[in-house]
Design a binder for this molecule. Structure first.
Ligand SMILES: [Mn+2]
Length: 319
């Protein structure tokens, strides 16, 4: 889809709704708000709404993030619906009825699995983030500081602060262009990516202290019981990032982190470096994900499941 078609669709629409996927991440929130600020600056007369299920606290720093509607009243509607960072229309969640009713729909995304569910689709599977795709579609002179802030946040979240394989020369050039808009880039990276609450940092420390190295130091694992989580007053969202930090232990090829849910089942998260496909391991337990980041839920015998995962990973390492 051509950039000119996107702009003419925006020009024709009186009201525009922007939405992302369920359980929005940084790229999703940043892409939605980047699009919002771009359209607001370029077409101030348009009615623009952003709808997302909720906004995690770490992305609330995006300018004017309070415009995001987290409610879905039946009467809301739009001429043009823009889906960003959404790989499949069912991932629109509660915004799906507005998509179905909209006069015209556009999807701008970077998921390889996206088959193009909107009237017009612009999908770049090699891009680091939907925010990168959007920034490259926009006219540079119409990207203001607020839009740049949101897009930069989206880019750092989906690229792991420019470290994942998907990071390209274009990613860095685009990020450089956004930096020149005057954004506080150090602060954005800290707030959106690295900052943790005191509780989260202490939990991370506890899990690292109790982690176990095995298979000649190639696998690191830790299991956190419900009773400890309750004692510490920890929620599942406080455990994010622990499994990735474990994998930064020198010599490890895979990390396994398990936490007990309130119903007694266990949530397993797996990460790996270059040699191990953890998606295959998670799939054996009914889960899924990506080659380097996957997860599954285990209903019973979590310790036996953890041993089996060790075995499966060891098999992959010793091919
Ligand atoms: Mn994304």
């Amino acid at each position: 889809m051509k950039k000119s078609n996107i702009l003419s669709a925006i020009e024709k629409a009186g009201s525009i709704m922007i939405a992302g996927h369920i359980r929005p991440d940084g790229d999703c929130v940043g892409s939605c708000m980047g699009t919002y600020h771009y359209i607001r600056a370029r077409y101030p007369e348009k009615k623009v709404q952003v709808r997302l299920e909720d906004v995690p606290d770490s992305y609330r720093c995006i300018p004017d993030s309070d415009v995001i509607c987290t409610e879905y009243p039946e009467e809301a509607s739009c001429d043009l619906f823009i889906a960003v960072d959404v790989s499949d229309k069912n991932r629109l969640g509660k915004a799906l009825p507005y998509f179905e009713k909209a006069g015209h729909t556009i999807c701008i995304d970077h998921h390889i699995s996206n088959e193009g569910f909107a009237d017009e689709n612009h999908i770049e599977p090699d891009a680091s983030s939907a925010a990168e795709v959007l920034a490259c579609l926009m006219d540079e002179e119409d990207i203001n500081e607020k839009a740049a802030y949101a897009l930069y946040l989206g880019m750092i979240c989906d690229s792991g602060v420019f470290k994942y394989d998907s990071t390209s020369r274009r990613t860095m050039d685009t990020a450089g262009m956004l930096m020149e808009k005057g954004i506080p880039f150090t602060q954005i990276i800290n707030e959106a990516f690295y900052e943790k609450t005191y509780l989260q940092n202490r939990l991370l420390g506890k899990c690292l202290m109790e982690s176990v190295l095995s298979e000649d130091g190639t696998i690191i694992s830790c299991m956190l019981s419900r009773s400890v989580m309750e004692e510490w007053g920890a929620a599942n969202s406080d455990l994010e990032g622990i499994v990735s930090q474990m994998l930064l232990t020198k010599g490890t090829k895979a990390s396994i982190f398990a936490s007990e849910n309130s119903d007694g089942s266990w949530k397993f998260s797996l990460r790996s470096g270059s040699d191990v496909d953890v998606a295959a391991v998670a799939a054996a337990f009914g889960g899924g994900g990506h080659i380097r980041a996957a997860g599954c839920t285990v209903k019973a015998n979590a310790e036996a499941a953890c041993r089996k995962m060790h075995y499966m990973i060891r098999e992959q390492i010793h091919v």
